[in-house]
Structures are given as C-alpha cells and as structure tokens.
Design a protein around this ligand. Sequence first.
Ligand code: PEP
Length: 250
Amino acid sequence: MRKPVIVGNWKMNMTVSEAKSLLEEIKEKDLDQEVEAGVCTPAVDLPIAAELLEGTDINFGGENMYYEESGAFTGEISPLMLTDIGADYVILGHSERRDIFGEDDKLINEKVLSAFSHDLTPILCCGESLEEREANKQEEKVKAQLTADLADVSEEDIKKLIIAYEPIWAIGTGKTASAEDAEAMCAFIRNLIAELYSEDAAEAVRIQYGGSVKPANVKELMAKENIDGALVGGASLKADDFADLVNHRK
Ligand code: PEP
C-alpha cells in the first residue's frame, strides 16, 4: 500500500516571520497520521521549518538544489545543506525551474542522482504545456522528460521516488485537470515506470497530481487509483486549506 503524500510548494512566498506564523498555525492542526504531510519552502525559511517542525510528523524540504556538495556556484544551495538541516524532500524539475530558469533534463537528472545519493527524497515534476495538451502530445512529453530525468537511477532508489505530474496549464491558473485526465496521466506514468524498471517499482513509486489542487477538488482526485498525493502551491499557503488537504479522508 502506498502512503498518500500531500506536500506544499511555497514557491517564492513567505518571509521568515510569515513562515513562522504559518508553521505555528499548521502545527496546531489535528492532521491525519495516515497521510504523509510536508512543506517545501524557500531556502531562507528552512531553518525555521526545521526548528518548528522538529518532533512533529510534518516533513519539510527544499524547492530546488544544485547537484554538487559545495563550491563556486553562487546563489545555489546544495544537497549537503539540505540534509544538514534535516530536510526530507527536494522538489526537482518544477516547470517554473524548467521554463523560467532554463533547467534541462540533463541537469535535472544530475540533481535526481545527487538527491538520492544524499538520502533526500526527490519530488520530480513533469508535465506538458497547453500547446502540447492541445496537440495530444502529453504522453510523449512526459515520457521524454521522465526517461531522461531518471537515467541511471537504480531500481532500489526509484521505489523511494515521488513523481509529481503537473500539467503546466493547470499550475496557479485555477484550472484543474479533470480527475479522469489526471488519473489517465498518472496511470501512464506508472506503466512507464513498469516498462523502465519493473512491476514492483511501479507499484511502489508514489505519483502526485499538481495543478490548482484545493479542498474542493482533493477528494475526487485522491479517490483515483493511481493518484497517491498532491503537490500544492497556492492552497498550501493557508493553514486551514493545507490541513483540509491533508485531512481529505476525514
Ligand atoms: C505547484 O506549484 O507545484 C502547483 C501545483 O501550484 P498550484 O497548486 O498553485 O497550481
């Protein structure tokens, strides 16, 4: 059985004082223990997340990292910095990193390999643009991304991976993919993992949907067989909404 996993992606939001208030509010919530919950925060908020979430069941992580441990990479943070502070996850290959900052699959693959070698769980994002969806190229796009991003990842590591299927046209737009379309792509991804690895790996890998997930649509999405969780932007910035997402089964 795959444990459901709901993770907030704060993006470039939350000053340290705002992060402190939000985390304090989240900590007060009675969260479903059967659901894995976490927040991925801007780098400056990681120390406050580490401090306030210590001793709770809420995980935390970075929104990005470079693959080297240290060196002349101005502006970057490293896997060692994330593990040293106790981070559990790192989001890699988010469409905003790919599209705004020009990250390509080769770089993302280096980051995925580095995350695994530092015992960080990558939340690897993939997904098609509106033009690709309209041309019915979503499967081709996601297959190309994942095949390249996962090059040389071992069978053992792949089972620990979280994949976030995030159609770009649904991120931050208020447009959610229908639960059927989201399920079809998550099923496609699981089959791809079976082809690239094994049935066991496909059964173990957790696949999130991301794109305007909110309390009003989370139940329908999470009821689907191949959707194991959600990566959530906007709605993760409000403690009540975040708690409702984690508690979608209550
Ligand atoms: C995201 O940032 O990964 C995301 C899915 O954002 P939103 O929930 O705001 O669409």
